[in-house]
Design a binder for this molecule. Structure first.
Ligand code: PMP
Length: 365
């Protein structure tokens, strides 16, 4: 089969080396004679793995000792509910900075459990992160929620907001482990694993200990961070295989040299594509403000600022013929989206860049 280049937004490309490891460990996990798929979550084998994955998270992100690391079922959206259920009780109100479709979804979910203050004015055209001087933060909020990388709209925070002591909660689903982050600036960091750190079904949650013990009484135990922390993420049968894969992906990141190496690569890869867009005299068009252009998800239009349907279809068809797949933009925004997560190599992005250059030569007037 000819090589396939996967630029999907998630579930996204996994590192090839990790597939080798999974293949080798699949039916005989660490010499136990059985697969992890049929291993008890209370066994010493799994307890060891549970600790090993926590340890690699702590090492990579330099997670301070006063933060718990949890692996929870329900993915990113499970945490959209878990955040208010665990945190909103203090004042009954929370601040949401809505910069795209995912933070909008998170805010909508939170409204079920308390009052939500929208920190920036609502819009249906997400293209930037307004300067913090324009934010309407509520000093009485239980927490401030941001999405550090909007997967659909391609908007990535280039700063950590100053929330004046109110705990900052961040959805990092689509840029987790793509760069170093000062965890101590956050109350909670969470994300689904299926983009940069593994496969779907599990959320990685990092929470400062003083934010535990305040869940609403209606909070289901399975979403309750305090109960899950007490049970070391083994309250029930956890998504063990997804947690295992996350561990193997994180160990791969460590072997590559860690988060600074990932960040460097992300800058190189995304610049390749953004530069072609900038140098195309408007043939390619990226709607997002330059300072917050995502290094993980690059949405763009072809032919005009609203996209030329014929050209965009032609682009996708030509790309598929070369094995460049999953480049179609999200249905909410249309156009093209190239996702350049950790596992997507520089060579793969160069192949896409060359295709973009050829397509430009052929179709620009
Ligand atoms: N947040 C962001 C930024 C996402 O991109 C996604 C999924 N694409 C989610 C949350 C939801 O994650 P899940 O599908 O694991 O619930």
């Amino acid at each position: 089969m000819p090589k396939v280049y996967n630029f999907g937004a998630g579930p996204a490309k996994m590192p090839e080396e990790v597939y080798e490891i999974i293949r080798n460990e699949f039916t005989n996990f660490e010499g136990s004679g059985i697969s992890l798929l049929e291993t008890s979550h209370r066994s010493s084998t799994y307890l060891k793995l549970n600790k090993e994955v926590q340890d690699v998270v702590r090492r990579l992100l330099n997670v301070p000792q006063n933060y718990k690391i949890l692996f929870l079922a329900g993915g990113g959206q499970g945490e959209f509910a878990a955040v208010p259920l665990n945190l909103i009780s203090r004042t009954g109100t929370a601040d949401y900075v809505v910069t795209g479709a995912w933070s909008a979804k998170a805010a909508k979910e939170a409204k079920k459990y308390g009052k939500v203050n929208l920190v920036i004015p609502p819009t249906d055209r997400y293209v930037d992160v307004p300067d913090q001087s324009k934010w309407n933060l509520d000093p009485n909020a239980s927490y401030v929620h941001i999405c550090t990388n909007e997967t659909i709209h391609g908007i990535e925070f280039d700063f950590i907001p100053d929330t004046k002591g109110v705990p900052l909660v961040a959805d990092m689903s689509s840029n987790f482990m793509s760069k170093n982050v000062d965890v101590s600036k956050f109350g909670v960091i969470y994300g689904g694993a299926q983009k940069n750190i593994g496969t779907s079904g599990v959320a990685l949650v990092i929470i400062r200990e003083d934010l535990l013990n305040q869940a609403l009484p209606i909070c289901p135990s399975i979403l309750d961070w305090t109960i899950n922390a007490k049970n070391d993420s083994i309250l029930n049968t956890p998504p063990m295989f997804a947690i295992y894969i996350m561990g193997r992906v994180l160990q791969w990141i460590e072997r590559q040299g860690g988060l600074d190496v990932m960040a460097d690569l992300a800058t190189k890869k995304s610049s390749l594509i953004y530069n072609i867009i900038e140098e195309s005299n408007g043939f390619y068009y990226a709607p997002v403000a330059k300072n917050v252009r995502s290094k993980m998800n690059i949405p763009f239009r072809i032919g005009s600022t609203d996209g030329n349907d014929t050209l965009e279809k032609e682009f996708l068809k030509g790309a598929e013929a070369l094995g460049l797949i999953q480049l179609k933009g999200h249905r909410d925004v249309g156009g093209i989206r190239a996702s350049t997560y950790n596992a997507v190599t520089l060579e793969e992005v160069e192949t896409l860049a060359n295709y973009m250059k050829d397509f430009y030569k052929k179709h620009s007037k």
